[in-house]
Design a protein around this ligand. Sequence first.
Ligand code: MRU
Length: 357
Amino acid sequence: MLIDGINYRTIWFSEDGNTVEIIDQTRLPHTLVILRLQTSAQMVRAIQEMNVRGAPLIGAAAACGMVLAMQEATDDASMELAAQVLCASRPTAVNLRWAVERMLAALRPLSPELRPAAARSLAQVICDEDVALNRQIGRHGLALLRSHYEKVGRPLNILTHCNAGWLATVDWGTALAPIYAAFDAGIPLHVWVDETRPRNQGAALTAWELGKHGVPHTVIADNAGGHLMQHGQVDVVIVGADRVTSSGDVCNKIGTYLKALAAHDNHVPFYAAVPSPTIDWRIADGLREIPIEERGADEVAWVHGRTKDGELLSVHVLPEGSPAANPAFDVTPARLVTGIITEHGVSRPDQLRRIFP
Ligand code: MRU
């Protein structure tokens, strides 16, 4: 997508192919910084520290991490170890495991000297495929948003949580792909952006990328969504997902479940936009089977921002000695989900297998 007239993806290989470059998402919205990663350990750290984040992007980053690992050592034991370490870097988004397993399946049968080049070309395929899947999600989501717009007959109010835009993917985004497609097609719309404490991916990232594209939006406190729905100010909710079970349970950023409950109570359609690598066909019960990442208490205790003078600052917002807990994701049961927008079309959550035979 465009940043001030220049086309960017979130991740790419340097021209010599030996370095992976990423947009550092911990520095947005205040500064655009590109990080250059040369080792698989640096990639693991970038995933853990959330310089790259968002389920599809984490998958692409892990594939690129395997390329860096193959530049370091190509024997079986080193390759398996690098894969294990990458897989363990974040637990919830299934795209990470999906990408590493796909890389391993291609690399294992090859002799060690063939592995670096093969890893490089498959990682590029995984990145390019992500863009293509998201474009398809945008296409199907556009038809859906058009039908909602025709029903309401005034600018459509869409609420989204966290960041499932192009920054969460290689390009285009998942939940925001239909919004970009509808905006580009001239459908009048406005997006309510949940700030998404504790890391504020909505306020920092979603608002930034919507603004760069010119999409009308308003950032709201996480607790405002229910009130807006009760007053008819939300027509549709669209979120992304970090993992969806075969039965359609949707695991996404903490707070998504509360939005789904409010949407259900107010008869507001609630959609998750999900490319197929986010579907975990091995599990059916999201509440029991999806590992929920527990992140550091500091993310709750400290808030980062910019002062009026432009200085970047971190401040502590808890009383001295108060502990904090930080579960990073929650699971919205399929019964609260109106539909799942995939690259194959829109499905009822409990009928995903019909569109992915
Ligand atoms: O912790 P993050 O920022 O990696 O989590 C990302 C999310 O939960 C997003 O909401 C998203 O929907 C999944 S990625 C498209």
